[in-house]
Write a protein that binds this ligand. Sequence first.
Ligand code: NAP
Ligand code: MG
Length: 500
Amino acid sequence: MSKAYQQSEAVKRRLEQVQGHFIAGHWLRENQQATSDVYNPSTGAVISQAICGTPAEVDQAVAAARSSFDDERWSGLTPAARAKVLWRIADLMEAEQAELAELEMLDAGKFYAAAEQGEVAFAAECFRYFAGWCTKIDGATKQLSSGPTNEFHVYTRREPIGVAALIVPWNGPLVQAAWKIAPALAAGCSCVLKPAQETPLSTLKLAEIMQQAGLPDGVLNVVLGDGPEIGGHLAAHDGVDKVSFTGSTAVGKKIIGAAKGNLKKVSLELGGKSPMVVFPDADLQDAADGAISAIFSNAGQVCVAGSRLYVHKSIYSELLPIIQEKAQAIKVGSALDPAMDMGPMISLRQLDSVLEKIHRAEAQGARLLCGGKLVQQGENGGGYFIEPTIFVDVNAGMDIATEEVFGPVLTVFAFDDSDDIVALANDSEYGLAASVWTKDIALAHKTAAKIKAGLLWINCHGIPDMAVPFGGYKQSGWGRENGYEALLQYTEQKSVIVRL
Ligand code: NAP
Ligand code: MG
């Protein structure tokens, strides 16, 4: 199965080390601390050990970030100088793309080609995009509304918010780290990042690259360890001015609670149960390809996954078999094997969670059109794989209609002209993303305007871009990543009123 893959010497050496915290420019990997296994989700094999930190190291990391912020070693640089460092980070990431992609493959179950051309390239571009913004942060001049305008000079300015805590999940470790680090640094903040325990490797390599690129020590710190203990301590820390979190809605709510103490600013990128709506005039091949990639890319472990597919009754019996055939043709297996199409669940825990939701859907009366089973892998049975799964005959009361699965599970509904399709699409506590499939531009835009979601695609699904704000309505989150909007979330706005 893994014949094609030969581990590089660089990765071999990296995995032999204990993965440590990166604090104030130094690696902390003392042996006496507790460690956790880092494993390859394609095989289940333990590939390295990572330090499992304590709150004391979080305190150290926050202190390092604070002192680097207070002495202005980063925020005090000219914006042009900050931009150069961010640009160099992108260049070095590209120079190291083979190793980064290999780490993302081994640790996060990404296919090598997709990691190299997708994840790594996209994460590098994120640093370039925000490099451009460093020199374009500005304020405005204002005129008093009820004072003598000519007696006063009034302006606003944007200042870095301070120390930013960045907590990321495992489903896109490098990209999600970049989406937070790059705007935070462009704004002039100092950071403490906690990767998911499942996927520390590419983030630690990124920290190394950032130091090589000339980022001053203490401006980026990485702490490793358990979510509630380390992430929780970081989110609650009085030395932190802002927390940006990506992950589950349940933990997002805990972050809000943790942030209460000092009322640090919070932004959240959470889960979804995103609808795709296919109208009768849609190009059915495009819609089928779109639906397949929307739900089965990264084995469905994608926050914007199109997990609810609404198909107009007049095309239902034509479109469904096309989608089913494509789903059944997907080759499921190790991300180390380039002949496969869909890789593993990140962990045994995630595998169990997805299988439990599949079994519950069946028990509640949903009809399994295809998939639904565990895929046995490899001579030693390693790896965490689930067949591409499609449910039909689902009604609104079933859990599978409303609950985020975060796995390769599609739920298909038929609608007709008597249904209020916008109300059906909006029938969710989430509001992250949606797509509308039709050639009728008026229908497309009118439907797009009414669906309550932060990201709306027309005749495509799941395309992100650095320039386009990304985030959710309702319980899908607070704030936006990407674009100038993301950068502003790492700033405070100050109004200055001058009496002349
Ligand atoms: P999660 O628990 O929300 O984890 C996300 C990050 O938060 C990880 O770094 C995690 O640390 C950390 N964390 C966990 N509990 C915390 C706490 N109390 N305070 C601060 N940080 C904490 O997500 P998960 O358990 O890995 O996945 C569970 C579900 O979340 C998935 O099935 C999916 O529905 C959803 N999810 C959504 C996204 C998204 O992109 N929106 C991404 C991943 C998962 P650990 O390393 O210890 O877990
Ligand atoms: Mg977790």
